[in-house]
Write a new protein. Structure first.
Length: 276
């Protein structure tokens, strides 16, 4: 995807071999995105995770959606499509690290759930990511100019989406940024700042860490910017996350070090070891 902010922060990711560990961790790249037909589907995700045990398997999630119709969809075809879209956005598979971690954090931070869902979708939908600069640059209290969002998408997708699909995508993306809390309003979308919890902060920093950021650099990536919070305040939130047992953090002589041995399994640490 042209103008993907992840590539701007780490040009090495353009190399498919280099990006393989990130893909295995659960991030998605490319020219397609779920937002051509859906939003982040927060309500559906919340219902599904409430229906299933925290250690549920991939097959259990699929069966719950399609066979048991836990989301209350009218037809089998709609259930299958919903399962596909939720899988694209979140993984729905405990073998995918970012979904496994999302599932764990979901249980311990009810207030942070909208942002936890959104950040995961941001990691997995390039279409949503390319709109982040446009949304995050809107001053607090000002209205989203729909044409500006349309233009930013068109620059990235070029001629791959027709006008009708592009219009639907803009509507879905606007809804997703509203579900996350970055926008408010049904028709007129007004920018507002989100308030991250320590758990949400830990998760955002973890995604930055997976993508190769380290030290103070963790607090200056897309994943930090989406939290609408200055770096010095994010550090305080990260210290609280350390107290709660979600990460390790040390500060000395103006140098900050953050690691995630508490959240990552040994296999997951091995997976991203090449970025250390």
């Amino acid at each position: 995807m042209k103008h993907d902010p992840i590539f701007k922060e780490n040009a090495l990711l353009r190399n498919s071999k280099v990006s393989q560990p990130w893909i295995k961790a659960g991030l998605r790249f490319g020219d397609k995105g779920t937002h051509t037909s859906r939003t982040i589907m927060f309500k559906e995700l919340a219902l599904l995770l409430e229906d299933q045990e925290p250690n549920a398997s991939r097959d259990a999630y699929v069966s719950a959606i399609i066979d048991e119709n836990c989301l209350g969809k009218r037809t089998v075809s709609t259930r299958k499509l919903t399962c596909q879209r939720l899988s694209e956005l979140y993984g729905l598979n405990p073998s995918i690290p970012i979904f496994r971690i999302l599932r764990h954090l979901w249980q311990v931070d009810e207030n942070g759930r909208p942002l936890l869902a959104f950040i995961t979708a941001l990691a997995r939908d390039p279409l949503l990511r390319v709109t982040s600069t446009t949304i995050l640059q809107i001053p607090n209290g000002e209205e989203l100019m729909r044409q500006k969002l349309m233009d930013s998408l068109r620059q990235s997708v070029e001629n791959r989406l027709n006008t009708g699909t592009l219009d639907t995508t803009v509507r879905n993306i606007s809804s997703s940024w509203t579900q996350s809390g970055h926008l408010k309003g049904r028709v007129r979308k007004i920018r507002q700042k989100v308030k991250p919890t320590p758990v949400v902060t830990a998760y955002s920093l973890l995604l930055a860490y997976i993508l190769g950021a380290r030290g103070s650099g963790l607090f200056n990536t897309l994943w930090a910017k989406v939290l609408d919070t200055p770096a010095e305040e994010l550090i305080y939130l990260a210290i609280e996350a350390k107290r709660l047992g979600f990460l390790d953090l040390s500060q000395a002589g103006g140098v900050i070090e953050v690691s995630f041995t508490r959240m990552l399994t040994e296999d997951e640490r091995q997976l991203i070891h090449g970025t250390d």
